[in-house]
Structure formats: structure tokens, C-alpha cells
Design a protein around this ligand. Structure first.
Ligand SMILES: *Cc1c(COP(=O)(O)O)cnc(C)c1O
Length: 457
């Protein structure tokens, strides 16, 4: 084997760590469509949003023009506990695949929450604290976001109420205990504790819930509790802004070695890790300074990009949240019980939706048994036990590398490895036992759901 000029892991020193977040919207010619007030269908104003979200986060949400936001020192200090996250050259995987491709991954699982979500959780909790609030509410699907937020709130001394999608609450008892370690209260959703929860339970008795339901409950709890605001772990512009730390670190590390990826791949649930990873690269593409391919990977069971419609829709099942223009399967879409819980959201970030609609990004949908096979192939040579969500990106990266083996192209592939799979061993067990099935909605299922979209545009 030739001498390796690039180390297995590229780290950054504290001095090299990003001091700003990058706001991709600043460089977009076609800005993402604004959030609309569902009652008036007018763009949501800051004043309206501030009833639900922290003030500073509202400012970030609405700002399509400021390219860089300084990361407050307190947040940079927290980041230092677990960042920079490793950028790994996957030499072992390359050798196993016998590919001329060069594969890099940015690993966000090396913190207790086990995913990238902590990057935005600490930011959102920090601004809530600075505003003098006493607590925050949120929803969690697979549990990573709830865990991340619990950690951030535990650190800052804020109350944290988490509505956890019922099927995950039952499938992942350890997750909810981790949240409690950090002081959060955890309620399975839909629950009897909110009006919207009671309504959903009456309409769909026995439902195992969805992120959309849990969001409705968390928003209701926030607006009806004094001193509380609601925070969201994905989809929103502010979350993509915070997650730009992933891409900025990755790019700084690659630049040190003069490496330029040809293709950047990430899994897409609400779009935050992908939006964060691609941000500085997409910025160069938008400014005409460089070209890259970007690939969003989604589950075939919840194919927002590849089979959804680009329309205004509710972010939640209860239809209490603002309308966002995005690739959506309809807010009433309840995906089948796929094991990549973090990817089971009916919609998608407005930023990524606009980029995809403009042809600046591609998307693929993949089957869950293929995802788990790729996860194991990866684990056996790279060591890390990947989260099922992350493994969507692994599969797409492996497929790309295999194509390079056929064509002889020496492409450089960068993918986001968003987290670890220790809490997903029930899913791995199903895979091993041959009990894992590949559900995909029928065209009729999707059409029925899309027929319910609000009539806006
Ligand atoms: C939440 C989550 C995702 C998907 O969320 P995005 O907002 O699309 O990034 C992916 N991987 C892991 C490990 C997650 O926890």
C-alpha cells in the first residue's frame, strides 16, 4: 500500500475551530420561502414567532442575508467538550471495497447524545437561558434530539419537557432514562396531557404516534406554560445554521490537506445534518467558486424529496404550527414503523427543499434492509456502530465507491456519519433475525395524503 499522506483522522486544534456559523441562505439566489401564518397566510412576523420561539432564535430564523453569525463564547466552550468531531479517512473501508475512491466521513456520534443534535441543542438552550426563560419543550422521535436537549438544559440549568413519539418511548426505554439522568421529563406522545394529544388519540386510537403529533403537543405545552418556549431539533433555518459547524470543521480539515470532495452525501430526515455538512461547500457552489455534487439520502418508507410535493404544508399533525414550503408527504402522513426513527418526518428543511428544487442537490431513497447491511459492512471495517439514520449515508457512499470501482474514477467522497446505534440494537436484532421488512407507501397512500395539503399556492 502506498504511503498515506493523509492521516486516518484529521483533527483541528482549538485555534482552528470555527468561531462563526455560516448562513447558507445569504448566498442563495432563490431564498427559501417564508413561514406563513396558517390563519392569515401572511409571512410570520418576528412578533408572532416570539410567542413560540426564543427571540434571538427568531432573529436567526428570519435572517436570509447575514452570511456569518458569531458563535457565543459559552457555546464554543461547550463545543470544546466534544468537538472538533473527527474527520476520518476511511482507508479500511476503501480497501475492503477495493475502490479507487477516497472516502471521508465526519463522525458526530462521539458525545453522550450520540448524534449531531447536540450542536443545535446547546445553542437553543443557551439563547433560552439568556432570555431569562425557565424551560423549554420539545418533541423527540428516535430520542437523539431529546437526549441532546436534555444534556444542554442540564448543563445550563433549564427545565426540559420532552414529548417522545410513543413507539420510540416503548422501543427505547434506555433513551428515556438517559434523558431523565440529565433532568428532563419525558411524556409518550400522543398523550392525554394536551388538547391536541387528546384529539389525535380520539381520532386515531392506538396510534404509535409520529414526530408531527409530538411537535403539536410540545408547541401547545410551550405556549400554555409561562416562561417556556418551544425548541425544534431539525427542519428550521436556525438549526441548519447551528449545524453548519459540521461542514465548517470538515472543510477546514480537508483544506489543510488540499482535499476537495467531488461528492458530499448525508442522510435527510428534516435536513439539519445534511444542511450543516454541505453548507460551506454549497456556499462555494452558489458563489461559483467550486462545484460539488450533493446527495440527500432518505428512507423509502418516508420519501419526502423523491416522492413528495414542493408545497406549503404544516410541520405538525395538529396543524398548529406555521406553514412551511417544503418537499412534503403531507402532515397527515404517518410513515410505517421504519427503524430509522430520526428520518420519519413528513417534510424537509425549506432551505434544502429550495436547493433541491433548483437542481443544486440530488436525492435518493433507499430500503432499510440494504441500509442495515451497509451498516454492518461499515462497522466491521471502521469499528463504529452506526445509527440506522447515519447508515443511509453509508449505503449511498458505498454505492458511489462501488461505481468508482467499475469506472476506475478516483472520486473523493465525503459523507456525514451522524451518530451511533447503541440504542438501536432492537432494530439490529430484527435485521439479524430476518424480521426486518421494507415498507414503502403506495402512490395512492401518498396521493391521499397530499390531497389534504392546505390550499396556499
Ligand atoms: C435526527 C437524526 C438524523 C436526521 O435528522 P436531520 O435533521 O435530517 O439531520 C440523522 N441521524 C441521526 C443520528 C439523528 O439523530
Amino acid at each position: 500500500m502506498s504511503e498515506k499522506k493523509i492521516p486516518y483522522k484529521i483533527y483541528l486544534s482549538e485555534d482552528e475551530m470555527p468561531r462563526v456559523w455560516y448562513n447558507l441562505r445569504a448566498d442563495m439566489a432563490n431564498k427559501p420561502a417564508p413561514l406563513l401564518n396558517p390563519a392569515t397566510l401572511q409571512p410570520m412576523t418576528a412578533a408572532e414567532l416570539e410567542g413560540v420561539f426564543c427571540k434571538e432564535l427568531v432573529a436567526q430564523e428570519l435572517d436570509d442575508h447575514t452570511p456569518y453569525f458569531e458563535i457565543p463564547r459559552e457555546i464554543r466552550d461547550f463545543y470544546k467538550m466534544y468537538r472538533p468531531s473527527p474527520l476520518v479517512r476511511a482507508y479500511c473501508l476503501e480497501e475492503k471495497l477495493d475502490t479507487p475512491a477516497k472516502i471521508y466521513y465526519k463522525f458526530e456520534g462521539n458525545n453522550t447524545s450520540g448524534s449531531h443534535k447536540l450542536n443545535s441543542a446547546i445553542a437553543q438552550a443557551y439563547y433560552a437561558k439568556r432570555q431569562g426563560l425557565t424551560g423549554v419543550t420539545t418533541e423527540t422521535g428516535a430520542g437523539q434530539w431529546g437526549t441532546a436537549l436534555s444534556m444542554a438544559c442540564g448543563y445550563l440549568g433549564l427545565d426540559c419537557r420532552v414529548y417522545m413519539v410513543k413507539c420510540s418511548y416503548e422501543q427505547k426505554p434506555f433513551r428515556r432514562e438517559v434523558m431523565k439522568v440529565y433532568g428532563a421529563s419525558v411524556t409518550p406522545s400522543p398523550s392525554e396531557t394536551t388538547e391536541v394529544g387528546r384529539k389525535i388519540l380520539a381520532q386515531f386510537p392506538g396510534t404509535t404516534g409520529s414526530l408531527g403529533c409530538a411537535i403539536s403537543e410540545a408547541v401547545e405545552a410551550a405556549v400554555s406554560t409561562p416562561g417556556y418556549r418551544y425548541v425544534l431539533g431539525s427542519v428550521l433555518n436556525q438549526v441548519l445554521l447551528h449545524q453548519s459547524i459540521i461542514g465548517l470543521e470538515a472543510k477546514t480539515a480537508l483544506d489543510k490537506y488540499g482535499v476537495k470532495p467531488d461528492v458530499v452525501i448525508g442522510c435527510a430526515g428534516g435536513g439539519s445534518n445534511l444542511g450543516g455538512l454541505i453548507a460551506p461547500f454549497m456556499g462555494e457552489k452558489l458563489r461559483g467558486e467550486a462545484d460539488y455534487r450533493f446527495i440527500a439520502v432518505e428512507p423509502a418508507s418516508c420519501p419526502s424529496f423523491t416522492r413528495g410535493a414542493y408545497r406549503y404544508d404544516f410541520c405538525d399533525t395538529g396543524m398548529v404550527c406555521p406553514l412551511a414550503k417544503m418537499y412534503t408527504l403531507g402532515s397527515g402522513f404517518i410513515p410505517s414503523a421504519d427503524h430509522a426513527g430520526g428520518l420519519r418526518f413528513h417534510g424537509m428543511s425549506s432551505v434544502l427543499s429550495q436547493l433541491y428544487d433548483d437542481g443544486l442537490m440530488e436525492a435518493v431513497a433507499v430500503k432499510q434492509t440494504d441500509v442495515f447491511a451497509a451498516a454492518e459492512e461499515f462497522a466491521r471495517v471502521e469499528g463504529i456502530l452506526p445509527a440506522p439514520e447515519s447508515s443511509h449515508a453509508i449505503l449511498a457512499a458505498i454505492n458511489e465507491a462501488k461505481r468508482c470501482r467499475e469506472t476506475g474514477e478516483e472520486k473523493t467522497i465525503l459523507f456525514g456519519l451522524t451518530g451511533t446505534g447503541y440504542f438501536d440494537l432492537v432494530a439490529y436484532g430484527k435485521f439479524h433475525g430476518g424480521e426486518m421488512h421494507n415498507f414503502a407507501p403506495t402512490d395512492e397512500d401518498i396521493a391521499r395524503s397530499l390531497a389534504q395539503l392546505p390550499k396556499v399556492d
